[in-house]
Design a protein around this ligand. Structure first.
Ligand code: DGL
Length: 310
């Protein structure tokens, strides 16, 4: 069998730094089934949460095409708010294949719920994601039949985007989830699974889990990050696009890590390059510098979308 190297560039799109929670997972994938990765943060239009589906859809399309122009052959819409803006319904027609986070995420959550039935699910997300009820529809499609509640957490993504932590973050999480206390409301009380339905929330996962356990629910709850499922899905798609051998050893080609050549991770933003470089540096600080990935935070590029000059 011949040994060939990956040629695929993977694009990742998010409104801000939230999608770095997906990128962080992908940086643990070795050997990488891609040649390079490009991350695009649409900081000029952050936050997406309060915006209309039409507007967010326009940004998701512009972002995907910007990534394609930069060489991406597969694009991950990491952002739940963008994924719920019509991407899943095929309303965004793009020149490269696109994978949204809600599809793979809902299959993972549905599987988890089935293993421990009966399970009640709460999806935490931005106003837009919750209002559009796309997570509910996707979970039903994935076969989940139990109770689902979408729970909007306005401002929480912005607090995390700004890098707040400690007591400020804790109080923001409490304010956002306080209405889930047992006794208040009905179906939403007593969830078994809490879905982090916004890419920013995994960066506050420990605080969210702790606040729910100690203050809001008074018991442990399973907190799930759908980026786990999107990461696996992207690896499988990349391997398929590259014609790599499957786990059974079938396939005509085997792809190995390019001999010593690192996988470059480049960053683009519609906002300020220095801001993205600083925040990404903080959020990805634990990445192994001797691993196969090279984060090019020294040269973050500022880009514009066609109809929104910076
Ligand atoms: N990170 C985005 C998401 O996953 C939301 C943040 C925003 O409001 O732009 O939904």
């Amino acid at each position: 069998m011949a040994t060939v190297f990956p040629s695929l560039t993977l694009g990742i799109f998010d409104s801000g730094v939230g999608g770095l929670s997906l990128l962080r997972r992908l940086l643990d994938v070795a050997p990488p089934p891609w040649k390079s990765v490009i991350y695009l943060a649409d900081l000029q239009h952050f936050p997406y949460g309060p915006r209309s589906a039409e507007e967010v859809r326009r940004f998701a399309l512009a972002g995907t095409e910007r990534l394609a122009a930069a060489g991406a052959g597969l694009v991950a819409i990491a952002c739940h708010t963008a994924s719920s803006s019509g991407v899943r319904e095929g309303l965004v027609r793009t020149s490269v294949p696109v994978v949204d986070i809600i599809g793979p995420g809902s299959r993972l959550v549905s599987e988890l719920a089935a293993r421990h039935a009966p399970e009640r699910i709460i999806v935490l997300g931005t106003e837009g994601t919750v209002r559009r009820r796309v997570w509910e529809r996707a979970l039903r499609q994935a076969g989940y039949r139990g109770p689902i509640t979408g729970w909007a957490c306005p401002f929480l993504a912005s607090i995390i985007e700004e890098g707040r932590n400690g007591d400020i973050l804790r109080r923001a999480v409490l304010a956002a989830t306080d209405g889930l206390r047992s006794g208040r409301g009905s179906a939403q009380a007593n969830p078994d699974i809490v879905v982090l339905g916004c890419t920013h929330y995994p960066f506050a996962a420990r605080t969210i889990e702790e606040v729910l356990r100690t203050e809001v629910l008074g018991r442990p709850v399973r907190v799930v990050d759908p980026a786990e499922a999107l990461a696996s899905d992207l690896v499988a798609r990349a391997r398929a696009l590259e014609g790599m051998a499957g786990p059974s050893g079938e396939g005509t080609r085997v792809v190995e890590r390019s001999g010593g050549l690192p996988v470059e991770v480049r960053f683009l933003t519609t906002g300020r390059a220095s801001y993205l470089a600083e925040r990404a540096g903080q959020l990805l600080a634990d990445v192994d510098k001797t691993g196969p990935y090279r984060l090019r935070l020294d040269e973050v590029q500022e880009v514009t979308f066609p109809d929104s000059p910076v």
